[in-house]
Design a protein around this ligand. Structure first.
Ligand code: BG6
Length: 676
């Protein structure tokens, strides 16, 4: 088995303490409720598609967060436009309900009845179709509420409907005479903005027929995420990284947006979309632009969006024939239980999905930015559904230090420095580097400096839509996409769409099992370049093992830092029955078969599963043989490293002794636990 040389080091975890100074707000992208931020501007918000999912799951909970935090102007009301016959009272009851409404979907620890009722009382339902007559009814309602709530004639239209309606909504609003009144009029348009380059261009044309670009706010909810906004704050408020932010120092950049969920009943929409349209063209390209753009002259919406547009326009556009070389697609198949029966359906068996669908639920791509700063630096993107873990991370991998000067020492290999932006579910930034292990010889150990949002700031669980709605009322378009930016992003995606359309995947799909790390070709794509995906093991992944379930975060993080990658060839025996136990494994990619002492197959384990953990507790002989069923990428945790962690944090040793007894029925002594 191929394992990197082991060091005898104690894992060091360096904690970077962050002192926050709330008085220094660079720019109010994010919201706080400390009373230092102005409120949203007075307006009437008109939601088209108010009976849909988005309104109940995100928009109303977001407005509720704003009102609870004192950020929603009291001169505010909502006109909820939908089809169906309902009174405002009935709509309020539904949208505020405890099963399918605010009382279920709110994100706050405590539910504030008074604030909820205040918000709900401002919602007025109007039943309307998209025609000028009905929209005049909407206009009358808006006029009445404007008089009642003194909103200065300001109206924010929110299109929470399918994109095919955007053009006609714009026309009908115009025909109903909305743009003639006093006050500002702004339109928030939900994603997806078009389904390809030409439909996006057409949509831009339709929307801009009657409205100006500065009235259009194209939403991408990733830009509402604190951790995404922090990419800009991090880059431009810290002097030490910007000089290194280029091809001279950075070897490659990786963007991972991995989802454990499947299409969740949205098969109808997803089957005509796929991950390239659903995640890459918008959310991932937005993050790419933030991370790689040139510093803007100022932090105004236009300066930032100009730089983002320039960056996306510099991404190399592949010729359709080049696509297979740079982009890999995948689709999940079913998962199986221990008896070989289907446990959960594959994509093609999902509701509203074509049983022969060639829609991709996974994609991995290598892009290049052809400008002075990034020339030759590969940018890898990977995203998929039904994967073994949820996690969005951006990994900036720096060039390695020269290994030559370590000749003649115990060090045979250096690791590159990595800066990891944890976007979700962990939120924070981590810098990985190497340090000398204390002792007489020169040995290195990977260590990290870590900043966690939860530790440094009072965590607020926002939906992400609060900041977008708030900024829109204030006329700040920084967090919204501009027409040219959306088109630039489609221009990059278009040849990939064309290539896939002309060569449907057919029998090549499904090519990964639900709950795994995606198709093996995604690994090949980067490994051909002599690199690897940097896999971020999150505490929740480790907690899948009974041994670490509910463990202290400090212990989990120390264990994660001590994990080392290794691999096993197909057919290779990883553990042998009777051998002494001295390590635990986690499967990153691949499958292993577990055989009992008679050589009978007991079960098969796959991505994300852990085996051999008893080896960390005591050095008894192994009770099973484990053989790689496929080529496997694994993480290994040596007992000697685990024992050192426990020696460093003796408080955890006691907990482990209890875990051994309760969860594995083993009586383990302290000495045994600490033994090398
Ligand atoms: C949406 C996509 O835009 O983003 C979904 O349509 C996806 O398919 C979702 O699941 C992911 O958002 P988040 O905030 O959960 O990462």
């Amino acid at each position: 088995m191929l394992c990197p040389r082991q060091s005898t080091s104690t894992p060091l975890v360096l904690h970077l303490s962050i002192v926050t100074d709330s008085a220094k707000v660079i720019r109010s992208f994010s919201l706080d409720s400390s009373g230092t931020q102005p409120q949203s501007e007075p307006c009437i918000m008109v939601i088209f598609g108010a009976t849909g999912d988005l309104t109940k799951r995100l928009l109303v909970p977001a407005l509720y967060n704003l009102i609870c935090d004192g950020l929603l102007n009291e001169h505010f009301a909502i006109v909820a436009v939908g089809r169906g016959d309902m009174t405002s009272e009935q709509f309020r009851e539904k949208i505020g309900g405890s099963e399918d409404g605010l009382r279920n979907f709110h994100t706050r620890r405590e539910f504030d009845e008074a604030k909820a009722n205040e918000l709900l009382s401002r919602i007025h339902f109007v039943s309307a179709n998209i025609d000028a007559g009905d929209f005049r009814k909407v206009k009358e309602e808006v006029a009445q509420l404007d008089a009642k709530y003194q909103t200065g004639g300001n109206v924010l239209f929110y299109f929470a409907m399918a994109p095919k309606f955007f053009g006609i909504l714009c026309d009908t609003l115009y025909d109903a005479g909305f743009q003639d009144d006093r006050g500002w009029k702004r339109i928030i348009v939900e994603k997806p903005f078009g389904t390809d380059l030409s439909s996006a261009q057409q949509l831009n044309k339709e929307i801009l027929k009657h409205w100006n670009e500065d009235q259009i706010y194209r939403i991408d909810h990733y830009l509402g995420k604190e951790t995404v906004q922090n990419l800009l704050a991090f880059r431009f408020s810290n002097g030490m990284f910007e000089p290194l932010w280029n091809r001279s120092y950075i070897d490659n950049i990786q963007f991972n947006v991995c989802e454990a969920v499947d299409v969740q009943g949205r098969g109808g929409y997803y089957d005509s979309s796929g991950v390239l349209r659903d995640m890459m063209q918008n959310h991932m390209f937005q993050m790419l632009a933030y991370l790689c753009m040139e510093p803007p002259g100022s932090l105004t919406a236009d300066s930032i969006r100009n730089e983002k547009a320039k960056l996306l326009q510099s991404v190399r556009i592949y010729d359709r024939n080049e696509v297979p070389q740079h982009v890999v697609r995948g689709q999940y198949g079913p998962s199986y239980d221990e008896n070989g029966n289907i446990a959960k359906p594959g994509y093609r068996q999902e509701k509203d999905v074509d049983p022969n669908s060639s829609t991709e639920t996974f994609a991995a791509a290598r892009f290049f930015i052809d400008n002075w700063r990034w020339n030759g630096v590969p940018i890898y993107l990977r995203s998929g559904k039904a994967l073994w873990k949820r996690g969005t991370e951006i990994v900036v991998e720096f060039k390695k230090a020269p290994e030559a000067i370590f000749r003649g020492t115990e060090v045979d290999q250096l690791e590159p420095n990595r800066l990891v932006f944890h976007i979700q579910p962990s939120q924070g930034i981590e810098l990985l580097f190497q340090a000398k292990v204390p002792g007489p010889s020169l040995q290195l150990q990977k260590v990290d400096m870590r900043f966690s949002y939860g530790d440094a700031f009072k965590a607020s669980r926002y939906t992400g839509y609060e900041v977008m709605l708030y900024q829109c009322t204030r006329g700040d378009a920084t967090l919204f996409s501009r027409g040219d930016l959306v088109e630039a992003a489609w221009r990059i995606a278009q040849p990939i769409l064309d290539c896939w359309q002309s060569t449907p995947a057919g029998d090549a799909f499904p090519n990964y099992m639900r709950g795994t790390w995606g198709p093996p070709a995604a690994g090949d794509l980067i490994e051909r370049d002599g690199r690897r995906w940097f896999e971020v093991v999150t505490p929740d992944v480790l907690e899948r093992s009974p041994m670490f379930l509910g463990a202290d975060p400090l212990l989990l993080n120390s264990v994660i830092m001590a994990l080392r990658p290794c691999s096993a060839e197909k057919g290779e025996t990883i553990l042998r029955h009777g051998d002494p136990s001295k390590e635990m494994y986690m499967i990153l990619r691949g499958e292993v078969d577990v055989f009992d002492k008679h050589g009978h197959l007991v079960k098969t384990l796959k991505d994300g599963e852990v085996f051999g953990e008893i080896g960390l507790l005591m050095s008894t002989p192994r009770t099973a043989t484990i053989v790689a069923k496929t080529q496997c990428d694994l993480f290994v945790l040596e007992k000697k490293d685990f024992s050192r962690i426990l020696r460093d944090y003796p408080q955890f040793a006691e907990a482990m002794i209890a875990v051994a007894k309760d969860r594995y029925d083993l009586i383990v002594s302290n000495e045994e636990l600490m033994a090398h």
